[in-house]
Design a protein around this ligand. Structure first.
Ligand code: FHN
Length: 417
């Protein structure tokens, strides 16, 4: 088994994680790009730094919420594009321990989630709108390109890279074993060796040999080219790749779709456009049915409180996962075409049929004639009579949510049943 396969074994088992976008932008409460979209200068943004004090921040509650939702790992923004550090970096004063919070928010997150048994991920923005040596490349990446602060200003980008690499070293040295390093993001010609990615990756692998790294230091979000800095997994965002993601040899590669619960990553007070729990469950099933993971995002507010809507959705997803998690954890795409009534996931020679729509009459398992040994409803373990090729009505669930069957064993050559 190659190194990447070994590193990502737990990732392909766990399948479902929590993404957490949190920082100073929760005070304006108009999403994490507010500085760029509204061209807010460092000076105009400073009051948020001077008042940031999430009095209700209790990562133990966050960790319990994630665990109850069936999530097995988490990824917290340690620094987003605005350059504010949620950890006690020795390389900057722009950090949570210098705000009224006076707390290393990352350390508390690590301790709480580790105590609940979840794996630990760090999101780190390689884009930095605060650091004086970050180049004003294009409006999209820098809000202040045409601001007199930057006109005719020369930057020492190597000094920025020293800072960026140094902070990654702090994060991977001072907080124990870290499982995921989630960089964000390369763009235009700012990719790969422009970030000194090979040097950075070699340092990371030296500090945390088992860590997995996303693909955003090099290539683009969906690139399948196996560049060294393409990392260990691909990171489609707000989309599910139609066929999963294949490398140039046509092999499935590890990938993780990161998706918001409403329309924003960072807290937005007016964004009430939340997905339903059923939509989230179907998204998770679709990801796994295509050999992928789901990293589902919450955006806590300035007080450190996760929005009630998000809490309710995660709780409902957790109830489904409690009964149907076997059809997610360690599962992958089935070696069958997608059925018209829903989706398949598979683990070994156990097939999981996620029947979304009851439709009319029993369902038809195309291609499985005489191959189904037995079927059980995951929700309650009850037996389902299977008259091949038809599945009895027994499974129908008026809630229309959907059903996950299991035990439709696909006998293989060694099957003894
Ligand atoms: O610009 C960021 C955005 O704020 C958010 O963090 C997402 C999450 O993957 N990544 C970038 C957009 O691709």
């Amino acid at each position: 088994m190659n190194d990447r396969a070994k590193r990502t074994e737990w990732f392909l088992e766990d399948r479902f994680g929590l993404f957490i976008h949190w920082g100073l932008y929760t005070i304006p409460a108009r999403g994490e790009w507010v500085r760029s979209f509204e061209k807010i200068s460092n000076q105009e943004y400073q009051p948020y730094f001077e008042e940031f004090n999430p009095t209700h921040y209790n990562p133990k509650e966050w960790a319990k919420l994630a665990k109850a939702a069936g999530q097995k790992y988490a990824v917290l923004t340690t620094k987003h594009h605005d350059g504010f550090c949620l950890f006690d970096s020795q390389l900057t004063d722009y950090k949570s321990t210098n705000t009224p919070a006076k707390r290393d928010l990352v350390r508390e997150y690590v301790e709480a989630f580790r105590e609940e048994g979840l794996k630990i991920g760090f999101y780190y923005s390689i884009i930095d709108w605060y650091h004086e040596d970050y180049p004003a490349y294009g409006d999209r990446q820098h809000p202040m390109r045409d601001h007199e602060d930057f006109k005719n200003k020369t930057v020492d980008f190597d000094r920025y890279l020293e800072y960026m690499h140094g902070q990654v070293k702090e994060l991977l040295t001072n907080y124990g074993k870290i499982d995921v390093m989630w960089f964000d993001f390369s763009y235009d010609d700012m990719t790969g060796e422009k970030w000194k990615a090979t040097k950075l990756i070699n340092m990371i692998r030296g500090l945390q040999p088992e860590i997995i790294i996303d693909n955003r230091l090099g290539g683009n979000i969906m690139s399948a080219n196996p560049e060294v800095y393409a990392g260990d997994f691909y990171s489609p965002e707000q989309i599910i790749p139609p066929q999963g993601i294949l490398n140039e040899a046509g092999e499935q590669v590890p990938w993780e779709a990161c998706i918001t619960l409403n329309d924003h990553w960072g807290y937005h007070a007016k964004d009430k456009n939340y997905k339903s729990a059923k939509q989230v469950i179907r998204t998770l099933v679709e990801c796994v049915s295509k050999n992928g993971n789901l990293l589902l995002n919450v955006g806590p507010d300035a007080k450190g409180i996760i929005p009630t809507e998000s809490i309710d959705i995660l709780a409902e997803v957790g109830q489904w996962m409690d009964r149907n998690g076997a059809s997610i954890y360690g599962c992958k795409a089935a070696d069958l075409p997608k059925p018209e009534w829903g989706r398949y996931t598979q683990k070994g020679n156990t097939l999981y049929a996620h029947v979304y729509d009851r439709g009319i009459g029993p369902i038809y398992f195309a291609g499985l004639k005489d191959r189904i040994k037995k079927a059980r409803l995951l929700a309650d373990g009850s037996e389902l009579h299977v008259s091949t090729p038809w599945m009895a009505e027994r499974y129908s669930d008026e809630s229309g949510a959907f059903i996950t069957l299991s035990g439709a064993r696909l006998p293989d050559d060694n099957d003894t049943v």
